[in-house]
Ligand binder design. Structure first.
Ligand SMILES: Nc1ncnc2c1ncn2[C@@H]1O[C@H](COP(=O)(O)OP(=O)(O)OP(=O)(O)O)[C@@H](O)[C@H]1O
Length: 278
């Protein structure tokens, strides 16, 4: 098997929150929230790796340890064999710029910039001249079907369109990894499915790796090459969708499939045919 792109070994993350002190403190000492506990994980190039779990299970924290926005309290996180904790702030910023983009639920667009300027932002930061960056941004907007609104401002667009701008902005820098945190969760169901299809279409033939956080099992099954299920800061099972469905490790994992039509995933041999765009 190829070398993992990310490798996590014995990763813990404890939060010491003053906000929570009155609830969790004992004799004035704050008790940490154990957001991640003993995480061992490998993520490979080209995967759409989906992290699923209930609210508070540690999904966002795990995602943010991958780009060191949240440093692990203990354990190792490596990217392309480099331990993130050993990098200087300067090296980390360079690594993130070169390899990683993020897409958030809240879109996080710049209101005072046009759609084109929003998409071109990462290229501007990278020092690409205006003409070249705007040409690349426009090509990316064409790919997400939004070239016609390039000169508009984010507030003039629907939520679904704004998230397509967010996706274009993340992809235009050609990242090795796309980190997506509940990126489609604020969208209504039809637009959400359209965004999932768009993401799968854009991923076709690409070696880009996507790590996608969601609490929605339908979305996880639709997008994931592999799925990790989290419970209270721990990884309870990691595997291909059909493996999780056919052999759930715990009742908690099984619980995630209640209400989801899993019949399409139950026969592993049919799995490759389910989504033509994968
Ligand atoms: N900055 C922080 N300070 C203190 N506790 C935190 C902080 N961030 C997260 N937590 C706690 O860590 C745990 C994991 O949070 P995290 O946001 O990673 O979970 P999640 O699965 O992404 O949740 P959600 O789906 O609600 O976003 C929760 O108990 C949360 O309250």
């Amino acid at each position: 098997m190829s070398q993992p792109l990310f490798e996590l070994r014995a990763v813990d993350k404890d939060y010491y929150s003053t906000r929570r002190k009155s609830i969790f403190s004992r004799r004035g000492k704050s008790v940490p929230v154990k957001a991640l506990q003993d995480i061992h994980l490998q993520i490979f190039a080209g995967e759409i790796f989906v992290i699923v779990g209930l609210s508070g299970s540690g999904k966002s924290t795990l995602l943010r340890t991958l780009n060191h926005l949240i440093p692990a309290t203990s354990g190792d996180v490596t990217f392309q064999g480099r331990a993130l904790a050993t990098l200087s702030e300067h090296e980390l910023i360079a690594l993130r710029r070169q390899h990683m983009s993020m897409v958030f639920q809240s879109f996080a667009l710049f209101d005072e910039r046009t759609v084109l300027e929003n998409v071109a932002f990462g290229l501007e930061v990278a020092g690409i001249p205006r003409e070249a960056r705007e040409a690349r941004a426009l090509t990316m907007l064409e790919k997400v079907g939004l070239a016609q609104v390039a000169e508009q401002y984010p507030h003039q667009l629907s939520g679904g369109m704004q998230q397509r701008v967010g996706l274009a902005r993340a992809l235009v820098v050609e990242p090795t990894v796309l980190l997506m945190d509940e990126a489609f969760s604020a969208l209504d169901p039809i637009i959400r499915r359209e965004m999932q299809s768009l993401l799968l279409m854009l991923q076709t033939g690409s070696q880009r790796t996507i790590v996608f956080v969601t609490h929605d099992m339908e979305e996880a099954l639709r997008l994931g090459s592999r799925i990790a299920i989290m419970e209270k800061g721990k990884l309870v099972q990691v595997g291909k969708p059909e493996v999780l469905i056919n052999t759930p490790a715990t009742p908690y994992v099984r619980h995630f499939f209640s209400g989801v039509d899993v019949s399409r995933w139950q026969l592993a041999e049919n799995y490759a045919d389910i989504w033509g765009t994968r």
